[in-house]
Design a protein around this ligand. Sequence first.
Ligand code: 5GP
Ligand code: MN
Length: 338
Amino acid sequence: MCMVNKEIVSLINNNQEFILTSHVNPDGDSIGSEIALQKYLSSLGKSAKVLNYSPTPANYTFLDSDNVIEQFNEVHHKNLIENTDVIFVLDTNEYSRLRTLEPFIKSSKAKKILIDHHLGYDPVSGLFDSYIVDTDSPATGEMLYKFFKNIAEDSSQDIKDIVTRDMAVALYAAIMTDTGSFKFNRTDSETHDIISELLSYGLNPYDIYSEIYNRATLGKLHLLGRFLNKITMIYEGKAAYSVVSQSDFEETQTDEYAIEGFSSHLMSLETVELGIVITETKRGVKLSFRSKGNVRSNELAGEFQGGGHMNASGAFVPGAKLESIVKEVISKAEKYLK
Ligand code: 5GP
Ligand code: MN
């Protein structure tokens, strides 16, 4: 059955200037989704710009071989955002996660379209003119592939005339990273069917994995060593947390991007149902939550004005002090452990 979102298709067909954006600290799903959609819009002869608050992490720049992603600059991009026809927000439904782009996008007269798989979007809010939200989907990239497939079916086109090889690489990377290399809960047979179709473009899974994950510096491993040494078990081992401080980054010559994947070590502990990574950044403290089963980590994140998915969520507390946040997180975590 074909369920193409006609509203979004007509917004694409009837407009010329597009801006795409995603959340602060973009991940593989953000960048992969942006690149795939940018290439699709370009193939239709549209002008499509990608503007992000954060620079693209080095391990995802291979997806942007044409250098289309620009880092947002108020002076350069203010008028562009104001005058564009359509703005796509991908992989987050929270304007605050667009950081400094928020006021410009909100006040732009452009039509705003959301494509996202996070919990918490309230359609009644009217914050977006059109949206595709699927909280059961493991990745925005998977939702986009289905969107392209629906367009192909609806217009009797071959999917390969819509999704090119470069787009397939971007979507594969989006899905691979957001599913934790196909192991997280929402990975299902449909995900593997889509991955199978993407692999039919002749993609090399090892090469893509390697571009993204086999790029550690010695400093990153030393940072991981510190992180592992500081793991603390609480609540009879049902929860574990560890802290990364500014001095850890400085002394290992790493930055905040280096902590990607650290939470999985907490979750590898047999008794742990809730893992918490507490990171001191220059602007405040970042909390990263992971959980198993029915432990609602997103609600805990919500207590710190964050959010996400039930088993993977986060929050950012501007200006917070590390020691006081650690105490607060520990005490608030208890009630989620049944
Ligand atoms: P991570 O721990 O990998 O940074 O984030 C895991 C998930 O938590 C993300 O996919 C996102 O859904 C959510 N998340 C992380 N940081 C924030 C935040 O500051 N605010 C909100 N609302 N969600 C976040
Ligand atoms: Mn995602």
